[in-house]
Write a protein that binds this ligand. Structure first.
Ligand code: ZN
Ligand code: ZN
Ligand code: ZN
Length: 376
């Protein structure tokens, strides 16, 4: 039985990813990948390591077994993670040792080009540069992005559970969202509900009432919500297995304004059209174009001021991005949001957001709550 709380299947899935990462690194001309704490590390080892000043770094050499360098005091935490189940060698260092030189020594003279995860702290990148003079160093960038974009079946299951959890919060919105309360009061209740629904933590809660709805990334303020106002509620959290949820639904306290109703039905059509456009072989750009063309034709083009979506997985925002200019071809297993919006400055705004997975010939939609305006 695994030592960590990961299932044997989940551990096998991580093992598969590690092998793919080494292959991708070799293909890109690197001799090793260096991965510090963050979602890339979690993706390749299941280890949710603390990002500390002390070095923790998974090294995935091409043609040799991976190992992880950890501070001695973090060894128990590393071993309690899937690192122990995966049989990855743990190299500990004490307070008086130089872990960068230890890493370089362990690799010996076998490497001439190494790639660092994109989010490694600059101080660590420079310390490795000092410890490995003459070794070419670059960002892993596409190497890990391309792997993480293509979700395994186990990852899609994780995203589906995250979708179900956030749907449950939207299903109960009427308990918290009422006239006379402030956005911040409502947001506090939603935060509790996100955790109660099975998330490990809340990542963000947007409650944007009336004119605040015209600002796509407004969070929650001390503004009191009034009758007759539309409210944008965009919420997400991270599940215990690391996969994220992200879903926007629209609410109205009583009857919504006439202008709102006019663009909201067009927005629903735009979002549905983009969902219907998802299939393997089309570009990411085309999903943005699909939603945008409906809104342009209806006269709202100037009010849709952001890309239509972002990839999602262990990070809420990751590759691939559904944006004009992105020629990446959709493949089965890619997961991303479809979230067009209309924002009328000074008045109100609306957004509808679902997470979808590109299936064999259509979108597999992970959020199932109604996309109709919910009148409370
Ligand atoms: Zn956003
Ligand atoms: Zn989103
Ligand atoms: Zn969102």
């Amino acid at each position: 039985m695994p030592v960590s709380h990961y299932s044997l299947d989940a551990i096998a899935d991580i093992q598969l990813r590690l092998g793919r990462a080494a292959n991708a690194a070799a293909h890109a001309g690197h001799d090793a990948l260096f991965v510090s704490p963050g979602t890339d590390l979690r993706y390749l080892s299941g280890y949710e390591a603390k990002p500390l000043e002390r070095l923790t770094c998974l090294v995935v050499p091409v043609g040799a077994d991976p190992f992880i360098v950890v501070p001695l005091l973090e060894e128990p935490a590393a071993m309690a993670s899937p690192i122990g189940d995966l049989g990855i060698e743990v190299v500990t260092w004490t307070e008086t040792q130089n872990p960068y030189e230890m890493t370089a020594a362990k690799l010996g003279g076998r490497v001439s080009s190494v790639a660092f995860d994109d989010h490694m702290w600059a101080e660590k990148v420079f310390a490795f540069a000092d410890a490995m003079p003459g070794v070419h160093q670059s960002a892993a960038a596409g190497v890990l992005q391309n792997l993480r974009m293509r979700k395994t079946a186990a990852e899609i299951d994780g995203l589906r559970r995250a979708g179900q959890a956030i749907d449950q919060v939207h299903a109960n919105m009427g308990k918290w969202l009422r006239a006379g309360r402030t956005e911040a009061e409502v947001a506090r209740d939603i935060t509790d509900a996100i955790v109660a629904a099975g998330h490990q933590k809340m990542d963000f809660v947007i409650v944007a009432s009336g004119p605040n709805g015209a600002s796509p990334h407004h969070e929650a303020s001390s503004r009191v919500i009034n009758p007759g106002e539309p409210v944008v509620v965009d919420i997400g959290g991270t599940m215990p297995d690391g996969y994220c949820s992200d879903c926007t639904r629209m609410y109205s306290i009583g009857e919504a304004p006439e202008l709102f109703n006019r663009y909201y039905s067009d927005l629903q059509r735009a979002q549905q059209y983009a969902i219907d456009s998802v299939r393997p072989g089309v570009t990411c750009e085309s999903i943005d174009t699909a939603a945008r063309s409906v809104l342009i034709d209806a006269g709202w083009g100037d009010y849709f001021i952001h890309r239509v979506g972002h990839g999602i997985g262990l990070d809420t925002h990751e590759h691939p991005y559904m944006v004009e200019g992105n020629q990446t071809i959709l493949e089965e297993g890619m997961a991303f949001s479809i979230e067009p919006g209309v924002y009328i400055a000074g008045a109100h705004g609306a957004r509808i957001e679902d997470i979808v997975v590109c299936g064999a010939d259509s979108a597999d939609v992970l959020n199932l709550q109604t996309r109709e305006l919910v009148v409370l």
